[in-house]
Design a protein around this ligand. Structure first.
Ligand SMILES: Cc1cc2nc3c(=O)[nH]c(=O)nc-3n(C[C@H](O)[C@H](O)[C@H](O)COP(=O)(O)O)c2cc1C
Length: 159
């Protein structure tokens, strides 16, 4: 199979961009993800695909919860920062708040979706993580950050 063709085709299909966060034993984890999608309306389920080697995946398995922070237009730098494998503290200089039930909300996002783990399925070099939606928030004054052709875009640039 032609992996380069697969990569090119998928990169020409626009997505939104999120940062998936969790807290385990007091430590914060988070990474940039665009494989997020809704799964079911009854019950409300979301999914994302996470690399087997992801440190955040291990933390989600342990904490059994995660937050999908859906990024807004001016947050491309955050998306870049949370995808750097070697960055020691990704939350440094990031505005966020935490809840007593272990969720992390990044500020100025389009919205967030709090999930508890419903099921995790191994799938090749990724795991499909399905979450039950427990809570959500949406700021209709914001516009989504988009990812297309391996670059970040504002809605106005492609509409
Ligand atoms: C726009 C964008 C989307 C990404 N989407 C995903 C994704 O859906 N799943 C994934 O495992 N990695 C994705 N990545 C790569 C991760 O952000 C990157 O591998 C990160 O270092 C993983 O962090 P962790 O190992 O601490 O969990 C994406 C990166 C970018 C820039």
């Amino acid at each position: 199979m032609n992996i380069e063709l697969f990569r090119t085709l998928m990169s020409n299909w626009p997505t939104g961009v999120s940062i998936i966060t969790t807290i385990h034993e007091g430590q914060k984890f988070g990474f940039t993800a665009n494989s997020v999608t809704s799964v079911s309306m009854s019950p409300l389920l979301m999914s994302c695909c996470i690399k087997n080697i992801s440190t955040t995946l291990e933390a989600i398995k342990a904490s059994q919860k995660f937050t999908i922070n859906i990024l807004s237009e001016p947050q491309a730098d955050l998306a870049k920062s949370f995808s750097k494998h070697d960055k020691i503290d990704r939350f440094e200089d990031v505005k966020y708040s935490t809840s007593s039930n272990g969720h992390i909300y990044i500020e100025n996002i389009l919205g967030h979706i709090e999930c508890t783990v419903y099921e995790i399925y191994p799938a090749g070099d990724h795991n499909i993580v399905i979450g039950t939606v427990q809570n959500m928030q949406f700021d209709d004054s914001k516009k989504p950050l988009l990812f297309l052709n391996r670059k970040f875009h504002n809605t106005s640039q492609i509409s």
